[in-house]
Design a protein around this ligand. Sequence first.
Ligand code: HPA
Length: 424
Amino acid sequence: MIVIRKERTTDHNAVREITDFRLIEELRKSRSFIPELSLVADCDNKVIGYLLFVEVDIGGYKELLLSHVAVHPDFQKKGIARLLINGAHDKARELGYHFAVANGEAVFFKKFGYVPAMTYDIEQPVFEKENGVYMAKYLNFTELPIFGTPVYPREYNMDRVEEIHAASDLKKDENVIKSVKVPSKEVKNMSSATPHNEAELGMIAATVIMPGDPLRAKYIAENFLSGAVQFNAVRNMFGYTGLYNGRRVSVMGSGMGMPSMGIYSYELYNNYDVETIIRIGSAGGLLDDINLRDVVIAQAACTDSNYVYQYDLPGNYAPIGDFDLISQGVEVAKKENKKVRVGNVASTDIFYNNYPDVNKKWASMGVLCIEMETAALYMNAAAAGKKALSILTISDHLFKEGELSSSERQTGFNDMIKIALELV
Ligand code: HPA
């Protein structure tokens, strides 16, 4: 039986036979050494594999570098490296680390959920350049600004490049991993990508701002965020993560209509660690005292959609926005001298209704405006126990003349973006 366990002093000789021991012995004495992450693969009391993660400094935070992985030549191609790496990741998560970096075969590391480190703005140290692709894996959720070039323990130095890492050891073990049964949980954890979103876990911030149009997501990333990195391009539903006033935030298109918003927001809440989604969109005015360019914060969303039937509730459900976000949104708007209306909106499945006057019925109940996404967003948030808010600009009025010019649309859009970003 193969067991992955902490290395003991009595294992040192066996480890020495498997891998470069000089650097390991020095690292063992250094402050970067974490005994819980110096692991051996033990097969019936024989050490057949070794793994070492050491601490590196990334942007002032203690994170991890995969320093060594090695498997005894008689036991290669049996998935031992995989067991060691997965075991170490579990332990590293338990210890609270946020990122692990590794240098080597991108194809190999991708199987463990690593992505090019640049995705997280983690740069490859200069002396590592020749060794392969510099990869990083997200381990635990963080909003900390962890990025920059990792600073390695002193024991690593330029003359030592050849000894560094197990890139070559890993290559030998890369192909056959199937002969050891890997729990399905681990396999599932390897990638968080969905059919609609190629982002890996950790690439998306806790708060996502969602305009309907993905090109608007790009516009926000380019004009309002610093250091934005694109995380999705599947179906051109662009998504980016960057910093706004030092706070990490993502922007991603939702597409038009509740089926589209339903898919993307569901995945953000349930497949990624997203806590808050703020929709920013346009809406058609319904009431007499609603005018073009008004900003509406959707307190709740009525709907003609069937979306709610999936929850099999014993009555009509009232999809509502998050109270704290609503009140903060009002505060931000006040500070910026922007008038906002807060109230009920209607989310419809039908833009071109055969009976346009049907919308007068919503108006007769005081519904401010009509759009096509908020109800699904609010329901997904409720079902996932997360937060949502919809901020809308009136782009047209169903019962009054007039239309926004494209520059007015842009100004209205910028007003919403500013309110949304201040809520992050
Ligand atoms: N109907 C639905 N959604 C909209 C409208 C509309 O008239 N105007 C802007 N978004």
